[in-house]
Design a protein around this ligand. Structure first.
Ligand SMILES: Nc1ncnc2c1ncn2[C@@H]1O[C@H](COP(=O)(O)OP(=O)(O)OP(=O)(O)O)[C@@H](O)[C@H]1O
Length: 242
């Protein structure tokens, strides 16, 4: 569903992502982990076509993003790290706008349920400019869930959400997994990643340093079952020479 093949991204003389390859299959949640500056957001922005890769290939639902951008983007829903709603559109108008852009007006029948679950139904007539940080995050998630994407990209989706919002968003993400969607989530919340993700991809200094299920990481590091993903993450990211 999502294939990242030999992705590299350089900014001037510095390399943010180097020869990164991984796959997110249908019905799978993959966590994209790494310390600050590891290249998570750069990778996600390349997948979402907001940055042009220096080299490499990205396929969304079988469509090459560079060769067939419209079909590729049609398969994708993206929630950025810092959502920027349109100041002069209401919450409901954002959903109408997304549904119209993707020619999926029928999907608006789900708007009340999605907005209610994210505690935004009461705010449906309020302007983007008036929303709090957490509400903006929830609106970006609502816009992602309104259309029938096959691949979901979330960049730090839980930051700024209240506990109920976090729980609801995790449930909505798991529902999408059970519907066969491919989901990539960048996060620093390793306890959440351990519970939510089927596999993790760990980056450090732009390179993939480990990939697999938590059990596979245990085998790689010969660690006991009492060792957490956080312990393994710290061991792996501190091992890498400068
Ligand atoms: N527009 C840019 N111009 C130059 N360098 C950039 C740009 N965007 C990112 N970088 C650099 O690329 C590297 C990777 O940054 P990126 O934002 O992808 O990391 P990250 O893993 O998402 O970090 P964080 O956890 O702090 O959000 C960093 O060294 C960063 O300074």
């Amino acid at each position: 569903m999502l294939q990242v093949q030999n992705l590299s991204k350089r900014f001037g003389g510095s390399t943010a992502v180097e020869d990164l390859s991984f796959t997110v299959n249908a019905g799978e949640i993959v966590g994209l982990l790494g310390p600050n500056g590891a290249g998570k957001t750069t990778s996600i922005r390349c997948i979402a076509s907001l940055l042009q890769p220096t080299s490499g290939r990205i396929l969304l639902n079988g469509h090459d993003v560079a060769e067939n951008p419209v079909a590729a983007k049609r398969a994708l829903a993206f929630v950025p790290e810092v959502p920027n709603p349109y100041e002069m559109l209401t919450v409901m108008e954002h959903l109408r706008f997304v549904a119209a852009a993707y020619r999926m007006e029928d999907e608006l029948k789900n708007a009340e349920e999605i907005l209610t679950r994210l505690d935004l139904w009461e705010k449906r007539n309020e302007l983007g400019a008036s929303l709090s940080k957490g509400m903006r995050q929830k609106l970006a998630c609502a816009c992602a869930f309104i259309h029938q994407a096959q691949v979901f990209l979330f960049d730090e989706p839980l930051i700024g959400l209240d506990p109920k919002g976090m729980r609801e968003l995790k449930s909505m993400i798991m529902e999408r997994r059970s519907q066969g969607n491919a989901i990539l989530i960048s996060t620093h919340m390793l306890d959440t990643a351990e519970r939510l993700c089927d596999r993790v991809v760990i980056l450090n200094r732009g390179r993939l340093i480990a990939e697999g299920t938590v059990e596979e990481l245990h085998q790689k590091l010969s660690s006991g079952a009492d060792v957490t993903l956080e312990d393994m993450f710290l061991q792996l990211t501190e091992e890498v020479p400068a």
